[in-house]
Write a protein that binds this ligand. Structure first.
Ligand code: NAG
Ligand code: NAG
Ligand code: NAG
Ligand code: NAG
Ligand code: NAG
Ligand code: NAG
Ligand code: NAG
Ligand code: NAG
Ligand code: NAG
Ligand code: NAG
Ligand code: NAG
Length: 560
């Protein structure tokens, strides 16, 4: 009995191996490494029902969540929606959207009308939006079934994926390490096949670090491609939202659906998207690219060449990736410009401290936000119901103390200087692309392996360049460190592919070529097990209680 541990998004081969295993287990649908295509194949050929698909993922979460602590809440309506979909299918009257009966998990900073939206923060435990975020509506309209909400780094402010409400999420590949973040629950859950794909948000690294640390694919879209309305905010300049999946195909389909919201008056950045971009189907021509003749810039400043156990595996994985790209006919162009220095860009141009307080106050004061919740960020931090994280302390306190009025362009000289610097950096990036005729920049998401649980910060990440310039990035699995006792198949390592604004289609085509060339993704060892599907009675979606007993003493519940 052999379970193929390599993800195959075109599932023909995958399915040809699995049914024998599945039938032996009494299963007619195998959720492990399932994709949109394999799920639809099983459903539409009558091998399974929507109810069984949803039950199989719920059963995995119920049985295995204690390995990773990725889930905060399950959707009490998930089973009844699935039954309704089966009724539609039986009547041959289903207007099946492209995500029909696809189970998804949402980062718990996405507003949902039937579940609390907490940001992982105890003071928001009963904060209840009365309307779904537009991106959630789009997913549901396309037929997706929201299984529940995933843990995140508290309020999405760091990359350790520990929160006062959700506890510490554990990396599925190495139980001593964090799963990256801030969308760490979304990443760990997808790595463990708790859903077909998940969603995240990204203010500096947060869609890319969890993809990198969990051997997954993600898309950080261009600012303006997807409405950010109804997402717990941090920064108008830097926030974006997007999907995380086990293969490029699923990320492309999810991006197509999430971006179908188009212009949204509640997020005026959506007015920036060029008319020709609206309605793009990112799946349709996914296989239409070629690595032959492509030119990838490789910024040397995004590597740490000091050899240690934490950095050498990253450098080796990138060297192997570069060799494969070259052998496929691509050209690698070294970029030595000192402007590509993530530490310097963060120090000079990160806008969070200026924009956070006012963005959050607007979110907390919306009339549609029900339930018990603070109405200002100051109140939230005066509750002492939050974890003190050393690395975020400075900018959170700055944003609270300095921002008694709104920071807008023209109101604060230091903010204006930051925005001018970002404009300058954006121009420098474009200049690099043009002068070196580049198709994309490639670099490791993180200069070192994802950090251990209890660390002061998720150090060494390179996400800030895309964050401040609003550039799109597809993250792809690049390799693994060597196996150890703690990491039986090694720790995943991810690569960013960064392009100019609104080049998602080309970046996804490139990522698809790299997926086919390298086939890096592996399933975490404990997640390979088959879980017996529970015959849940109607209305009995299990209740998941996050483990808060596992929070490191390094992150006390705090006062500012
Ligand atoms: C998870 O729970 C199961 C059943 O209670 C137990 O057998 C297993 O050891 C637990 N695993 C972890 C990692 O806590
Ligand atoms: C088909 O579905 C539509 C919309 O869900 C409904 O209005 C209609 O009555 C259904 N027709 C049949 C034959 O079930
Ligand atoms: C867009 O919205 C932001 C934040 O809500 C606001 O500061 C800005 O003035 C708006 N821009 C335009 C052009 O309306
Ligand atoms: C580095 O890895 C080697 C081989 O696994 C191990 O013997 C050594 O103790 C590690 N060094 C550190 C500082 O962890
Ligand atoms: C950039 O750095 C690489 C080595 O890191 C070196 O081989 C190359 O000559 C440098 N290019 C320029 C233009 O300085
Ligand atoms: C990157 O910037 C930091 C902070 O400005 C500086 O200390 C460091 O020396 C720079 N690194 C390189 C390689 O120039
Ligand atoms: C914080 O709470 C205390 C009482 O608990 C109150 O006196 C104080 O005004 C509050 N501060 C802010 C900034 O809300
Ligand atoms: C800040 O802006 C928000 C809306 O953008 C507004 O509701 C609020 O009154 C403003 N606050 C101040 C102090 O100007
Ligand atoms: C603009 O960018 C260039 C590098 O491209 C840098 O040398 C210069 O200092 C920057 N100027 C400002 C005002 O940030
Ligand atoms: C590079 O790695 C070394 C060793 O892990 C570390 O001390 C140093 O801070 C890292 N430098 C950067 C720029 O990340
Ligand atoms: C659940 O309810 C649906 C109707 O909503 C029904 O068709 C189905 O048989 C019920 N399933 C169970 C297990 O009770």
């Amino acid at each position: 009995m052999r379970f193929p541990t390599v993800s195959r998004c075109r599932q023909a081969l995958f399915l040809s191996v699995l049914p024998a295993i599945s039938l032996a287990q009494g299963l007619s649908f195998d959720p492990r490494e399932a994709t949109i295509a394999s799920t639809h194949h099983a459903l539409y050929t009558g091998l399974t029902t929507c109810r069984e698909i949803v039950s199989s993922f719920l059963s995995r979460i119920e049985a295995l969540n204690n390995h990773t602590n990725a889930i905060i809440t399950l959707n009490p309506d998930a089973l009844s929606i699935a039954s309704h979909f089966d009724t539609l299918l039986a009547s041959h009257n289903a207007s099946t959207g492209r995500l029909f009966c696809i189970p998804v998990l949402l980062k718990d900073n996405y507003d949902t009308a039937n579940m609390p939206t907490t940001g992982g923060n105890l003071d928001l435990a009963d904060s209840r939006p009365s309307v779904d975020a537009p991106a959630v509506t789009a997913l549901k309209d396309a037929g997706a079934i929201v299984l529940g909400k995933a843990n995140l780094h508290e309020l999405a402010l760091e990359g350790l994926s520990v929160s006062s409400l959700g506890g510490q999420t554990i990396n599925p590949y190495d139980s001593t390490r964090t799963p990256g973040g801030s969308s760490g629950g979304s990443g760990a859950a997808v790595a463990a096949s708790f859903s077909v794909f998940s969603t995240g948000s990204d203010t500096v690294n947060s869609l890319r670090s969890p993809a990198s640390a969990n051997s997954l694919f993600s898309c950080r879209p261009t600012r303006g491609l997807i409405s950010r309305a109804g997402i717990i905010p941090i920064s108008y300049t830097q926030d974006v939202i997007g999907p995380i999946g086990r293969c490029v195909e699923d990320v492309a389909t999810a991006l197509t659906v999430m971006s179908s919201v188009g212009f949204d008056a509640d997020d005026n950045a959506t007015a920036l998207a060029p008319a020709g971009i609206r309605g793009t189907d990112y799946y349709a021509d996914l296989t239409g690219g070629s690595l032959q003749g492509m030119r990838f810039g490789l910024p040397g400043g995004f590597f740490n060449r000091t050899a240690t156990n934490e950095t050498t595996p990253v450098n080796s994985a990138m060297a192997a990736m570069v060799a494969k790209l070259r052998s496929a006919g691509a050209t690698i162009v070294p970029i030595n410009d000192t402007v590509y220095n993530a530490t310097a860009i963060s120090a000079l141009y990160d806008t969070q401290r200026y924009e956070y307080r006012q963005e959050m106050d607007v979110y907390l004061q919306r009339p549609s936000l029900k339930g018990t919740h603070p109405t200002t960020l100051n109140q939230l931090y005066n509750s002492s119901k939050f974890l003190v994280i050393p690395s975020q302390y400075e900018y959170v306190t700055t944003s609270l103390i300095s921002s008694t009025d709104n920071v807008t362009v023209g109101s604060h000289e230091s903010y204006d200087a930051v925005q001018r610097g970002i404009a300058n950096l954006t121009l420098a990036l474009r200049e690099t692309f043009v002068s070196k005729t580049l198709d994309a920049l490639i670099y490791p998401e993180q200069k070192n392996l994802v950090v251990k649980i209890g660390s002061a910060s998720q150090s060494g990440r390179n996400g800030i360049l895309a964050a401040v310039t609003g550039s799109p990035v597809i993250t792809v699995p690049a390799g693994f460190s060597a196996a150890t006792d703690e990491a039986p198949i090694g720790v995943p390592i991810g690569m960013e592919i960064l392009g100019l604004p609104y080049t998602e289609q080309k970046l996804l085509q490139t990522a698809w070529q790299i997926q086919e060339l390298t086939k890096v993704r592996r399933t975490p060892v404990w997640a390979r097990q088959v879980v017996h599907v529970k015959p849940y009675a109607n209305g009995t979606v299990p209740v998941i209680r996050p483990d808060r007993g596992n929070i490191s003493p390094n992150y006390p519940l705090g006062t500012l």
